[in-house]
Structures are given as C-alpha cells and as structure tokens.
Design a protein around this ligand. Structure first.
Ligand code: SRM
Ligand code: SF4
Length: 580
C-alpha cells in the first residue's frame, strides 16, 4: 500500500503562495502567537515560533526567532547597524551568528515581527526562505577575497542564491508593503520601495503565471521541496564551510591560478532522530565537474531531483541524502545527465587541509586589512564588563568595515585601512573583549547550538554550558601535557546536528537533560564522520573520560597526528559503534 503524503504537503498545495493566515493573525492585536498551519508557513518567511523553556513551569511565554539571509556571511556595516538597533528594540538584545553564516534575532514578540522584518528588507537583506522546504542561506568562504578567485566564488554564490529563491509574492506583500510603520532609522537605510527592490540582492525574480493568471513558481511548483535544502561553496585547501555536510556543495577547482569551475557534491546532511534507524548523518558524494557558467543550471537541476524524488511521506526521511544513499551515486549521475542533456565530466582532484577561522590581522590583496574575531558560541552581546555588542556598533559607525560571519559562528571585520587598525583594537580592548583576538585553538574551533531556552527541540543544554565544558577539556589537555593543541569540539542539545557534531573530533549530542552521546573520530578537515563512543553520559563524566583519552593520546600518537585521527584508529572502542 502506498504511504500517505505528510500533512505539510497538503498544506503547501492548498496555499502555494505560502501566505497561510499570517496577515489575519498579525492584524489581530489579541493574538500573541501563530497557530495551526501558520506555524509551518511562517518558517518559509524566516520565522520560528518559540517559547521560553525556562518559564514553562509558570506558563508559556511566546515569542519568535527570526533568521536573516547573508550569502557567504557578508553584512555591510550599514546593514549591521540596523540589525544592532533592531536586536535591542524588538528582540532580546543579542544577535546570534549561526553555523550557516546568518544572524538570528531571538525573543521577538508578535507586535515586533512586522517592523523587524520590514526593516531587514529595507536594510537590503531578507528573511525569505531562510527556513522551510526550500534552499536556505548559501554559505561561502568567509575570508575576504584575496584574489579574482574569491570574488568569482562570491558572485556564483549570489547567482545561485537568487536562482533558488522561491518566487512567492506573499512575503513582500505581508512584510514589506503590508507593514505600515515609520522606523525612524533615518538615512541609514534606503526608503523608496523600488530602489530597495532593485538594490536588494535577495529580491526574487518574478514568478511565472498559469492559464488562470495565478503566479506559479517555475522551479518549486506548488509544493516546494519535500524538506529543507542547503547549498555551500568552498575553496580548497580550507574547508571552512564544512562542504560535505551540505545537500549540495560546489568545490572550487583552481588550475594555473585560475578558477576553472567546480566539483559538484550532493547528498550531505546531518540531522537524525534518536532510535530511528531510517535516519543517519551522511557526507556528500562527489558527482562531477562543471564550469562556472553551469552553476545555476546544475544547481536548479539538483533541486529538481530532490523535488521529484525526495520522500514526501515521511519528513524525517525526506532530505536528498536519502535519495543518494538509496538510489546510488550512479543513478544520481544519470538522472542529472538526463535533466542537463549531457553527463557532467568526471570530478577533478582536490584536497582539503583543514577548516576553522584565523584570528587577528591579515592583509587583503587590495592592501586593506581584515581582522578575525572570536565570538563565543556566536552570541554578540553585552554582558557585565564584556561589551562586544557596543564595541562592534562603535566600530561599524566610526570605520564602516564589511562584516563577514563565519560558518564556525565567528566574525571577520574586513576592508579596514591600515591607519584605523590601532583604534579598532583599542575599541575592543576597552570594551572588555580582549579574548576576541586570541581564544586559543580549542575555543576558537568550537561550536554549540542555541538549544535551551529558545529551541523547542532541545533535549539538553548546549550554548549555555559549552564555555564551562570547554574549560574542563582545556584543563584535561593541560594535565596530559598537550595544552592548547588544536581540537574541533562541537555540542548540540539534540540529534538534529545544528552545530555539526557528527564530523567533529569530539561531538556531543544531547540525549536527555544533562546527558549526551559522545562522538569521536571525525577529522579537522571535516571529511570523515565521527562514531558514537559512549551513549547518554553525564557532562562531568564526559570531561573526566576524555581527560583519560588525552593522556593515552599523548603517549600513543604518531608525530603530528591529530586527536580525531588517533581516536579513529585507537583501541578505545569497547562496543559496536554507529554513526549518529
Ligand atoms: Fe538547525 C532545526 C538552529 C544549522 C539541522 N535548527 C532547528 C531549529 C529551527 C529548531 C526548530 O525547528 O524548532 C533551531 C532553532 C534554535 C534557536 O533557538 O535558534 C535550529 N540550525 C540552527 C542554528 C541557529 C544553529 C547554530 O548553532 O547556529 C543554525 C542556523 C543555520 C542558518 O543560519 O540557516 C542551524 N541545522 C543547522 C545545521 C548545520 C548546517 O546546516 O550547516 C544542521 C545539520 C545539517 C543538516 O541540515 O542536516 C541543522 N536544524 C537541523 C534539523 C535536522 C534536519 C534533518 O534533516 O533532520 C532541524 C529539525 C528539523 O528540521 O525538523 C533543525
Ligand atoms: Fe535545537 Fe537540536 Fe538544533 Fe540544538 S541541534 S538548535 S537543540 S534543533
């Protein structure tokens, strides 16, 4: 018997413009939340309904999280200043850099959503399709282009971003035209709608129309994709975007100093559910080679394969990684060839040598400078004497650098004049943020997802306990005589994998309050999955257990061998292991 389609499929088919009842809910001042199908529709608009989980005992306090779109993590200073202002006015006062190079606003109340999203659009960004069954934010190397190659990769990332945006007009009609507020943001943002649309790199091209004149999305059709879809770009040897974990990846191929095209990767994805064997983390397969001119056509064809072949009956099993795994790479190559009219040539050789961000000052190719900054768990905030948010606002106002969000939740300030370097450093030091320059190689490589109190899916803490957890691991390293050696540690509050623990050297995956599955054996290059070493362990027991492993590693390792590479081969696996 054929399995029935999932509920979301009916919902999308009924309202293909994705408008739901959002307008009516916003217009009703008595409502403090979205309900029914709208909880799903708002995701396509970049909004997640949440409640403060610390307060559940006394009743639910609703708010939303809003996610922006920033291809390659690029945020001009003027846009950053608008975000800074909005985060204080409409959100919880913080800005959260995500593991896919975007910003999230948390704790936005119902009446603030309209002005917030309208302002984001007027600041020349968007929240359209940063969530939902569509292509999400496109990641790309966050270091400023050092040459023509970096510039070309950024251009291609923006080209595919626009091509894969859904063409619904409901988004702009609800949030941009439909919200009537004077935000008093002065000249920092363009006001005229047409000028904004023309200047906004995230404005989707117009939709097609059907026989009745109703708008139709030429790529996504009426029911969009079976599930979310993620695209990234990487320039070897640095795998800073963790390219193998994306549904679709473009790996730059450079010959004689020139970008000749990309290798196409398809079928990565990390989300799993505890106890559901149909779900597992998977790294992408290398499919073939394409030229720059083919990026949009090939990217659209891959999306169309997910659209047509992804599982629309079980949302837990609906990502394109399952199509690759179950139908095979050869099947995928042939399906793609059929859609493109010819097969892609064989992939070209490439090699990743590491990932992670560099901290401190670096000279750009154009003679200007960029500054890599550590942002603990991606949270830009003022807390006590640590006032990173104020420092960044002052720097943006005085020096106007381009902000670049990294896929490890850190920040780069770029396009800085030599003469401004000392003043920028002073600004950060005087706001108690000296750590941003030199976090060490364990904090600087680490990542944790938001988890509690905002994430409705969290089973355990993550962001809030991560700094203390890393401090204990650092103490374990010191006791083993390997202080401050590079180590990729990532933690999530549930098995969805938002901070990508499944290919870390040490990955912690929330299983229950206070307990985590411990994954070991991923590598620094991000090209190997970790395996479950122990299940449902208390956080304190994990640090004690790993401290013992550090001692064993210090004794046994070969020259230059990383912890993850050692763990993958060492005699430490007591039980049959699984991935996820
Ligand atoms: Fe994620 C759902 C946060 C990157 C896999 N993710 C969520 C939600 C929206 C929870 C929800 O559905 O109610 C989380 C919001 C928490 C909060 O309070 O902010 C959330 N995900 C995040 C972020 C903010 C984590 C971070 O530490 O930065 C990242 C935002 C990225 C962005 O800007 O677009 C984020 N999520 C990821 C990644 C990593 C990546 O893409 O590189 C993954 C693993 C890769 C993958 O997609 O397989 C990831 N998130 C998930 C999943 C599991 C999907 C699956 O296939 O099973 C969910 C749950 C779902 O979709 O049902 C999820
Ligand atoms: Fe929430 Fe789980 Fe993602 Fe963490 S990994 S943000 S707990 S969905």
């Amino acid at each position: 018997m054929e399995k029935p389609l999932s509920k979301n499929e009916f919902m999308k088919a009924e309202k293909p413009d994705l408008s739901g009842n959002i307008r009516a809910t916003l217009a009703d001042p008595t409502l403090d939340r979205f309900s029914g199908d709208d909880e799903q529709f708002i995701k396509f608009h970049g909004i997640y309904q949440q409640d403060d989980r610390d307060k559940r005992k006394t009743g639910k306090e609703y708010s939303v999280m809003v996610r922006t779109r920033q291809t390659g993590g690029i945020v001009p200073a003027a846009q950053y200043l608008v975000y800074d202002h909005l985060s204080s006015k409409f959100a919880n006062g913080t800005l959260r850099i995500t593991s896919r190079q975007t910003f999230q606003f948390h704790g936005v109340l119902q009446k603030g959503i309209g002005p917030l999203i309208k302002s984001i659009n007027e600041a020349l960004s968007s929240t359209l399709a940063t969530c939902g069954d569509v292509n999400r934010n496109v990641t790309a190397p966050s270091n400023p282009p050092m040459d023509d190659i970096g510039i070309a990769v950024d251009e291609d990332a923006f080209a595919i971003t626009r091509a894969l945006l859904p063409r619904t007009t409901a988004y702009h009609s609800i949030w941009v035209d439909g919200v009537q507020v004077d935000l008093g943001l002065g000249e920092k943002i363009a006001k005229a709608r047409t000028a904004v649309d023309q200047a906004n790199p995230y404005m989707p091209p117009p939709a097609d129309s059907d026989e009745s004149g109703a708008p139709v999305d030429p790529l996504y059709g009426k029911t969009y994709l079976p599930r979310k879809f993620k695209t990234g770009f990487a320039i070897p040897p640095n795998n800073d975007t963790d390219i193998f974990t994306n549904d679709m990846g473009f790996v730059a191929i450079i010959e004689n100093g020139k970008l000749v095209g990309y290798n196409l990767l398809v079928g990565g994805g990390l989300g799993t559910s505890h106890g559901n064997k149909l779900t597992y983390p998977r790294l992408a397969d290398v499919i073939g080679f394409l030229t720059r001119e083919q990026v949009v056509a090939v990217g659209s064809a891959v999306i169309a394969i997910h659209r047509d072949w992804g599982d629309r009956t079980d949302r837990k099993h609906a990502r394109i990684k399952y199509v690759l795994q179950e139908k095979g790479v050869e099947w995928f190559r042939q399906e793609l060839a059929q859609r493109l009219g010819a097969p892609l040539p064989a992939a070209k050789p490439f090699l990743f040598k590491g990932q992670g961000d560099a901290f401190g000052w670096f000279k750009q190719a154009d003679g200007l400078w960029f500054l890599g900054l550590f942002v603990e768990t991606g949270r830009v905030k003022d807390q006590g004497d640590y006032k990173l948010k104020t420092a960044l606002r002052t720097i943006a106002e005085k020096f106007g650098p381009t902000f670049r969000l990294t896929a490890t939740q850190n920040l780069i300030l770029s396009d800085i004049k030599e003469a401004d370097k000392a003043a920028i450093e002073k600004e950060l030091h005087s706001h108690g943020a000296s750590i941003v320059f030199n976090p060490g190689l364990i904090k600087g490589r680490g990542m944790a997802c938001p988890a509690l109190p905002t994430c409705g899916l969290a089973l355990a803490e993550s962001e809030r306990i991560f700094p203390a957890f890393l401090a204990k691991l650092e103490a374990g390293q010191a006791a083993a005589g390997i202080a401050n050696e590079e180590l990729v540690v990532r933690m999530t509050g549930c098995p969805n994998g938002c901070a990508r623990p499944y290919n870390a050297e040490i990955g912690l995956v929330g299983k229950a309050p206070g307990k985590y599955n411990v994954m070991l054996g991923g590598n620094r290059e991000g090209t190997r999955l970790a395996r479950t070493w122990k299940e449902a362990v208390l956080a304190d027991d994990i640090t004690a257990g790993i401290a013992e492993l550090f001692k064993q590693y210090a004794k046994e390792r070969k020259a230059g061998q990383a912890f993850g590479d050692w763990a993958n081969e060492a005699n430490i696996w007591t039980a049959p292991t699984s991935q996820g």
